[in-house]
Design a protein around this ligand. Structure first.
Ligand SMILES: [Zn+2]
Length: 307
């Protein structure tokens, strides 16, 4: 198969850590999956001073999106090799100088978690190519398997209580929903808890990038309602707005984001888009995540200012 299988992803990150002991660290995630798979992150960085600000990059949350895990393994390998050899990196028409590689490696820690949902990927690659969820067994031994990891995080998880009834929020409490079942409780899934474990264990992780391959777009916070910068009381933490949250184009509720945070999200997203465009000219575009559809329980909205 042209794409890496879950065993190859694990052996790749282990091999990188062994090959670059000074700049890569293999980190075991604590929660085994329903099918007893253990996963690892790779910390990539060459900072010699105090621990720098860090970025967590996720891949493979959605089983059928086969590209991101491979891309993240390649990204880690490219950075580690280029730094060691003192070279730059080139992707299509986009070039990074040796100095840019050195600065990136020495000023941030990149936590690369290439395959969050290996059970799902294995199922997608061997049995059902369009499988998206993990492989949580049905509670009563029935046929409805799996939870959408990207609806299981602790962000307005209980959509029936936290969103307007007519918001169209894209999640489901039905275990038989093929794509977006949110799970029986918040963070019920080991895959979800591995991600939150990383955020809790390394509080210097200030940015979370969750790489998918369903829609070519760069999405940034928030996903729950249209952003607004004027009313700090209108926030996902405020239960007074639970019955009106998530409606598009209304004047009753917008998700508060501080103007400075919004500016940082938009600026970084645009830089990501420009970098992608430089490779082969593809213009993904930048949007607030709510523009795709209202969401609850997603990884990137479980931390403020995460893209
Ligand atoms: Zn996806």
């Amino acid at each position: 198969m042209a794409y890496l299988n879950v065993t190859e992803i694990e052996s790749a990150v282990a091999a990188l850590a062994a090959a670059y002991p000074a700049t890569a660290e293999l980190i075991a995630c604590p929660n085994a999956t329903h099918e007893s798979r253990q996963t690892h992150m790779l910390r990539v960085g060459a900072s010699s001073g105090p621990a720098p600000e860090a970025i967590l990059v996720l891949g493979g949350v959605h089983a059928r999106e086969w590209v991101p895990p491979d891309a993240l393994v390649s990204l880690a390998a490219d950075l580690l090799e280029a730094y060691e050899l003192g070279t730059g990196l080139r992707y299509g028409g986009k070039q990074f100088t040796a100095d840019e590689v050195r600065r990136a490696m020495e000023t941030v820690d990149l936590f690369v978690y290439p395959c969050v949902n290996p059970d799902g990927r294995h199922h997608s690659q061997t049995a059902d190519p369009m499988w998206r969820k993990n492989r949580r067994p049905h509670p009563n031994g029935g046929g409805c398997v799996g939870v959408d990891i990207n609806r299981n995080f602790d962000f307005l998880w209980d959509h029936l209580a936290k969103f307007a009834a007519d918001s169209g929020v894209n999640t489901s409490a039905n275990a038989c929903d093929r794509n977006v079942y949110r799970g029986p409780s918040v963070a019920s899934e080991p895959e979800t808890r591995n991600v939150t474990w990383a955020l809790d264990t390394y509080p210097r992780i200030q940015w979370l990038v969750d790489v998918h391959s369903a829609v070519p777009v760069i999405l940034h916070s928030w996903g729950s309602d249209q952003n607004q910068t004027a009313r700090p009381d209108q926030t996902f933490r405020n239960g007074a707005f639970d019955t009106v949250r998530g409606r598009a184009n209304d004047t009753v509720y917008g998700e508060y984001i501080a103007a400075g945070d919004l500016n940082r999200c938009a600026t970084i997203s645009q830089r990501m888009n420009d970098a992608v465009k430089g490779v082969r000219g593809d213009d993904y575009g930048v949007e607030q995540a709510f523009g795709l559809y209202p969401t609850s329980g997603r990884a990137t909205t479980s931390r403020s200012a995460g893209i």
